[in-house]
Design a protein around this ligand. Sequence first.
Ligand code: CA
Ligand code: CA
Length: 106
Amino acid sequence: MSKTFAFRNVALSLAAGLAVVTATHHAHAAETDQDKAAANFQLADANSDNALSKSEFITFIDLSAASNLGRAGLIKKNRRYDTAFSRLDANKDGAVTPAELSEVGF
Ligand SMILES: [Ca+2]
Ligand SMILES: [Ca+2]
């Protein structure tokens, strides 16, 4: 009886461990695109003011297209930088911020 109980506990811990591994793996996979986008943002933000000017934005899209992020590939392919930039620049201050990007899921 107690042996069965001990076995059940081991089996439950294994199951719990696997669930944690799986959840961690998923969370990591979900983070990867965001991590890439954040890294591309840093790379593209030449003057490090945490906002992308039009020319910095073009760099960001090219980098993101190379990383297969969001619609960056399509924007690059169709040379829709201007359209994408004005759509993303929600407050029309001529710069795209991380907050403006995250609103569209970048
Ligand atoms: Ca900048
Ligand atoms: Ca803006």
